[in-house]
Write a protein that binds this ligand. Structure first.
Ligand code: ZN
Length: 226
């Protein structure tokens, strides 16, 4: 009896407690290796380092919520953009989230903005819904300025075959925001915001008489790429 309990019932019970484990989230910390990304002035600060630190925290929070998480890089290594998209496809990922830091000529520029790739019907609509959910919860957690949800033609969100967003967590060229972005406590706020947004996205996905709408949207015949 005990054997039966542990072999059959316990896994079922765990599945009931963690049904979100059925959903896979790919996190893509921008840049890495010789690709340093945006660099702020002193105190020295590199985008590739902040994106990886933040992504690790997002992974932690998503796993607490019961999601399966795959990272496109776990260390300070260069990963080509094509490879990042390929990792998401092979992982059977339901959504793709790329993390970056912003830069601008003016040191006054600040805030969070989230990009999705428009013009692909169902996938774009799902990506926009994910972007809205993530941005609103990031702004709630961090109290940072919201620059809004925007359409963007970035390689990873354009080529991904699942709902995909690119999150600009803040401006590395703004001294105040740069100091925030480097702080573990602020990175925690960003990470919790992203995880909250992902959880809202999956919890509110549409259902139909046929059951739950797949989180991954298949493209129709028009797969034109800009
Ligand atoms: Zn970047």
């Amino acid at each position: 009896m005990r054997f039966f309990l542990y072999t059959f019932l316990l896994p079922l019970a765990l599945l009931a407690v963690h049904p979100k484990g059925l959903f896979t989230v790919v996190l893509d910390p921008g840049h890495g290796g010789h690709d340093r990304g945006a660099r702020g002035e002193k105190p020295f600060c590199e985008e590739k380092r902040i994106t990886l630190q933040t992504a690790r925290l997002v992974k932690k929070y998503l796993e607490v919520l019961g999601y399966r998480v795959v990272m496109t890089r776990e260390a300070d290594a260069f990963v080509p953009l094509e490879k990042r998209v390929e990792i998401a496809r092979r992982a059977g990922s339901h959504i793709f989230i790329s993390l970056h830091c912003n830069a601008a000529p003016s040191s006054a520029a600040q805030g969070i903005e989230v990009f999705f790739y428009g013009g692909e019907g169902v996938r774009s609509l799902a990506s926009q819904r994910l972007a809205d959910a993530v941005l609103s919860r990031m702004v709630y957690r961090t109290e940072a300025h919201s620059r809004g949800v925007k359409r963007g033609n970035f390689f990873v969100i354009r080529e991904a075959r699942m709902p995909a967003i690119l999150v600009e967590t803040g401006f590395i060229t703004n001294p105040e925001e740069r100091s925030h972005l480097r702080q573990p406590s602020y990175q925690e706020k960003i990470a919790r915001g992203v995880a909250d947004g992902v959880d809202f996205y999956f919890n509110t996905r549409k259902t139909s008489s046929a059951g739950v709408e797949p989180a991954t949207c298949r493209l129709g015949g028009d797969r034109s790429i800009h």
